[in-house]
Design a protein around this ligand. Structure first.
Ligand SMILES: Cc1cc2nc3c(=O)[nH]c(=O)nc-3n(C[C@H](O)[C@H](O)[C@H](O)COP(=O)(O)O)c2cc1C
Length: 211
């Protein structure tokens, strides 16, 4: 398949240092809120990349909370990503907001959030999501689809709807604490705006890079 002739032009917005907030978390919040308002399915999806044994690996997860000091997502601590992050807590995060011709890249370090916070969120999840989290050893092999369904049903019998499904020990949230951001705004003629924020103890340095 030849995709060479696909061309897009970008003219939704611009970004410069006078316009951007000095605090990248506030800038992120502002762009995220604008994207959220479009009501696009999975608007809170983000690609996270981890490295295990020198091999990078990416996958989509859902952003579930924006804190002053970072971004929270939930997963299984024993999954592939969990094992990678236990050895190497560095993470790269990517958002692509096509409708607004924006991309945000974040480099950060993860740590697990408090168990009470994970539990508070787990309790709010729909019943089947709770059962799914409890029944799945994420990223581990299973012999068949039916074996998976049987496992799922066993958990449903053990914890019927209306009873409390205990949060699995290996499940919970990660807080990504960023040390670098890139805000990318598509512009006419490929002269895109790119602002880099690098953490400098308790402040942020901002500079522009070429597209
Ligand atoms: C739209 C979407 C949302 C997802 N949200 C999550 C999530 O919040 N947490 C999670 O662990 N996996 C989520 N997944 C599944 C992951 O992409 C991935 O398959 C899973 O976490 C296992 O990854 P790993 O084997 O690299 O650990 C989502 C996938 C998609 C497509």
């Amino acid at each position: 398949m030849d995709l060479h002739n696909i061309r897009e032009s970008y003219n939704f917005d611009s970004l410069d240092q006078l316009k951007a907030n000095r605090n990248p978390m506030i800038q992120f919040n502002s762009w995220f809120t604008q994207y959220k308002s479009l009501g696009i399915k999975d608007y809170n999806a983000m690609a996270i990349s981890t490295v295990k044994n020198n091999e990078p690996e990416s996958r989509i997860v859902l952003l579930k909370e924006i804190r002053n000091n970072g971004l929270v997502f939930y997963s299984n601590y024993e999954s592939n990503k969990g094992q990678s992050l236990a050895k190497n807590p560095n993470i790269s995060v990517l958002f692509f907001w096509r409708e607004q011709e924006r991309q945000v890249r974040i480099k950060g370090v993860v740590r697990k959030i408090d168990t009470q916070d994970s539990e508070a969120y787990f309790e709010k999840r729909p019943y089947l999501s709770q059962i799914g989290a409890a029944a799945s050893n994420q990223s581990r092999p299973i012999e068949s689809r039916s074996a998976l369904e049987i496992k799922f049903q066993k958990f449903q019998t053990k914890f019927p709807e209306g009873t409390q499904v205990p949060m699995p020990e290996e499940w919970g949230g990660y807080l990504i604490e960023p040390f670098e951001f890139e805000f990318w705004q598509g512009r006419e003629g490929r002269l895109h705006d790119r602002l880099i924020y690098t953490s400098n103890s308790d402040d942020w340095n901002i500079h522009r890079i070429q597209p």
